[in-house]
Design a binder for this molecule. Sequence first.
Ligand code: FE2
Length: 195
Amino acid sequence: MDFTVPALPYAKDALSPAMGAETLEYHYEKHHKGYMAKLKAALEGKPEASKTLEEVVRTSSGGVFNNAAQVWNHTFWWNSLKPGGGGAPPAGDVGDLIQGLGGWEKFRADWIEAGNNRFASGWVWLVLSGGKGKIITTPNAETPLTTDDVPLLTTDVWEHAYYLDHRNNRNAFLEVVCDKLLNWDFVAKNLAAAK
Ligand code: FE2
């Protein structure tokens, strides 16, 4: 494994004002890279270091799992956002998938509710489960990568994801993610790869 976090897919100020540059600075530079630094410290020089990140996530436990999964989840999170994103998905495969979940307005309400109801730290996911779209949440570092579900989109609901922009208002963060940031192109790419 290359113990390097992928570059952000946009500039740190590119999501502003929906998500401020200071959030990206801390969340990417300190949190995301911090998980990778701890993973590197735990695995470097050991046989597991020759595995891919995905293999480590799927086969580890404890602290190694937590750091590896958080590295993978965060890369997925940055790709789940884009400047000028959010709002209803475009027609086509992604539009059909969201329609299958009751349409954009229902998806938006369910995504926000799922995020608000995830106690403490965790993640909201859109996954392909048995060929159908499904919203799930996971606690802490848990990830659908360890299951048969195919992850398509995520939102990080750890407090560090929104505190600088919204203080303790997770609901306001989830609304702005839905309305201004969700990257449907990434969902389309993941959906196409799953077929
Ligand atoms: Fe995070």
